[in-house]
Design a protein around this ligand. Structure first.
Ligand code: ATR
Length: 276
C-alpha cells in the first residue's frame, strides 16, 4: 500500500467562516493536479495554533484579522517587506522553520500595474488601517508620490509619517488632483452600498481608481469612476494578487490566476444574488 501524503494549508483568523481563501487556493491546487488541501481555521489561541502548525507539518498558513501582527512572535524569520509593513499575511513551513512574508503589498501592486505603472504617479490612499499600510509601502517602493487621507486625521498622520509621505484632510479632497486613488476603507461595502469614500469631483478621466471592497464587486466608487471615464481595479484585484503570490511561495509553481479569480467570482456572484 502506498502512503498518501497530501499537503495541508489553511487560513487562520477569527472569524474565517466567510473567507474566500479556501475556494481560491483549492481551485488552484485542483487545476494544477497538486495533491493538497486548504482549510479555514478559526483560531482564538494563536500560540497553540502555531505550535500545531509545526507539530502537524502544515505547509503554509494565510494569516488574516486579527492575527497579522501577533503572528510575528511565533516565527523563525520575517522578511523585509513584512517587517516594514509590520504585518505578516503568509507563513511558509520549510522543514519545521516558519518564515513570514507579506504578499498584500506586492499583490495589490501587481493588480494596479495591469492598468498603470505607479512610478512617478501621485497616489491618494484613503484609510489608515492594515491594508492602507501595505498599499502605502507598496506604492512608495514602486516610486509613487503617496498622499494619505483618513477619517481620523491623527491616525492618517501617523501612517504618513511612518513612510515619509504626505497627509491630507477630507475637507480638501474636493480640489485634490491625483493619478491613482485607492480606497482601503469599508465605505461602500454591503449593506451600505450607496456610500462613497471620496467626493465625486475627485474622479477624473484617465485616472486609475482601485477599491479593496469586494462585496459588492462593483462598488458605488467604481461605478461613478467608470461613468467619469476613469480606469477601475475591483476588490478582487488585491485579493487574488496576494493569493497568487502566496500560492507561489508555498508551491514554487506559477499560480493559475484566471482560474483562482473565476472560482472566487462564482461564489461572490451567488452571494450577490442572495443579497439582491
Ligand atoms: P484594515 O486593517 O482591513 O485596513 P482597519 O484597521 O479597521 O482595517 O482600518 C479601517 C480604515 O477604514 C480606518 O482607517 C478607518 O478610519 P478611522 O481610522 O478613522 O477609524 C476607515 N474607516 C472605517 N469606516 C469608515 C467610514 N465609515 N468612513 C471613513 N473611513 C472609515
Amino acid at each position: 500500500m502506498t502512503l498518501v501524503k497530501p499537503r495541508l494549508f489553511g487560513v487562520i483568523g477569527n472569524p474565517v467562516a466567510h473567507s474566500l481563501s479556501p475556494v481560491m487556493h483549492n481551485a488552484a491546487f485542483r487545476a494544477l493536479g497538486i495533491d493538497a488541501f486548504f482549510g479555514a481555521f478559526a483560531v482564538a489561541d494563536l500560540k497553540t495554533a502555531m505550535a500545531g502548525m509545526r507539530a502537524l507539518g502544515i505547509k503554509g498558513f494565510s494569516v488574516t484579522i486579527p492575527h497579522k501582527i501577533e503572528v510575528m512572535d511565533y516565527l523563525d524569520e520575517v522578511d523585509e517587506t513584512a517587517c516594514r509593513i509590520g504585518a505578516v499575511n503568509t507563513v511558509v513551513n520549510r522543514n519545521g522553520r516558519l518564515y513570514g512574508s507579506n504578499t498584500d503589498a506586492p499583490g495589490a501592486l501587481n493588480a494596479l500595474r495591469e492598468k498603470i505603472d505607479p512610478g512617478g504617479c501621485r497616489a491618494l490612499v484613503v484609510g489608515a488601517g492594515g491594508a492602507a499600510r501595505a498599499l502605502v509601502y507598496g506604492l512608495v517602493q514602486a516610486g509613487a508620490e503617496v498622499v494619505v487621507c483618513n477619517r481620523s486625521r491623527e491616525k492618517g498622520r501617523r501612517l504618513a509619517s511612518d513612510f515619509g509621505v504626505e497627509e491630507v484632510g477630507r475637507d480638501s479632497l474636493d480640489r485634490f488632483k491625483c493619478d491613482i486613488l485607492i480606497n482601503t476603507t469599508p465605505v461602500g461595502m454591503f449593506p451600505s452600498t450607496g456610500r462613497m469614500p471620496v467626493p465625486e469631483s475627485l474622479l477624473r478621466p484617465g485616472m486609475v481608481v482601485m477599491d479593496i471592497v469586494y462585496n459588492p464587486l462593483r462598488t458605488c466608487l467604481l461605478n461613478v469612476a467608470a461613468a467619469r471615464r476613469a480606469e477601475t481595479v475591483d476588490g478582487l484585484g488585491m485579493f487574488i494578487g496576494q493569493g497568487a503570490l502566496q500560492f507561489e511561495l508555498w508551491t514554487g509553481v506559477r499560480a493559475p490566476v484566471a482560474i483562482m479569480r473565476r472560482a472566487v467570482l462564482e461564489v461572490l456572484e451567488n452571494k450577490e444574488k442572495e443579497n439582491a
